[in-house]
Design a protein around this ligand. Sequence first.
Ligand code: SIN
Length: 327
Amino acid sequence: MVTSTFQKPTSRSSNTPAATPHSIAVHPLTGHIGAEIEGVNLKEPLHPIVLEELKAALLKWKVVFFRDQPLSHEEHVAFAKAFGEPTVGHPVFGFVEGYPQIYSVARDRLKGRAEGEQVIRPWTGFHTDVTAAVNPPAASILRGVIVPPYGGDTIWTNLAEAYKTLSAPLRSFVDTLRGVHSFRAPEGQTATADFIEKNKRRPLISEHPLVRVIPETGERVLFVSPSFLKSISGLSPRESQHLLELLFEHVSRPEFTVRFRWHANSIAFWDNRTTSHLAPRDIFSLEFDRQLYRITLRGEVPVGVDGKPSTSIEGDPVDAYSPENVH
Ligand code: SIN
C-alpha cells in the first residue's frame, strides 16, 4: 500500500484570517527551491496550525531552513516526530551513541570508506539520502552544531523542476525507466574492508522508477540520486552511462538549486523524495571542524508513473526506529 508522508495542506476557508497568532513567515530564497522559516520556536511542541504550515512550506519549497534553534538531541528527535517516524540514524553507517535515531554528519565521516582517486564530475557528491533502500527516507532534518566560519555550505536541487524542464520526448522515455541504486564505492575508488563489512551486514540494493509520483501532490520527480544510482535497467552499459550522465548533469543545473550557509543552530529540513543534495567538499582543504546531526523520517516505497512500486534487490525496508530493529 502506498502511504503519504506529509498530508496535503488543508486550504483555509475564505472567512478564516490568513494570519493567526500561530502563523509562520516563509521567505523563499530562490525561484524554485528553498525557503527560510521565521516565527517558530522548535524547542516547543508545534501548534497544529504551524505544523500544517510547515508541511505545506516543505511540499512547496522542498527544503526549509531555520536559524537560531539551539536544540538538544532530545529536542531534535521530538521535533522530527511531529512529522513522521524517525528511522535508526543510518541503516548501514550507524548512529550517535545513546541516540539511536541520530546520525553524526562529521567532517571526516566518509574517510575510511573507500580508497583511491575518485573521479570528480560536476554532479559528484550529489545524492538523495539512502536510496539504496527500497523505501528511502521521506525527509531529513539536519542540525548544525559546529560550523566553519566560512566554507561548508550545502546545496539542494529540486528534482520536480528538473523533471519538468526535460523535453517532452525525453520525459516520456524516462517515465518508462527504472534504475538500480546501491552504496557501491564511488567511481575510481575501492571500498575498504570496513565499508564492505558494513554493507555485508546490512546489504541494501534497490530498483526504483526513474520518475516517481508524489502521492500528496501528483508531482512527477526525476528520482536520480547521482552518488547511488548505478545503472538503468534494460539499457546496455554504454546507453545507461550516457543517459545517466545527461540526467545527472541536468539535475545539478544551478537554476534548480539553493545553497545554504550554515551557522551554529541552523536547521535544514528537506523533502528527500523531491530533492538531491551536495555535501560540501571545500571543508577538506580547510582546517575547521564541522559537526552536524541528522534525523531521517521513514519513507514510503516510491511508485512510478505506471503505478509500479520500487523493488528490493537486497535488504529489508528501513523501519521506524525501535529498540528491536537496531543492528
Ligand atoms: C548529508 O548528506 O545529509 C549531509 C550534508 C552536509 O554535510 O552538508
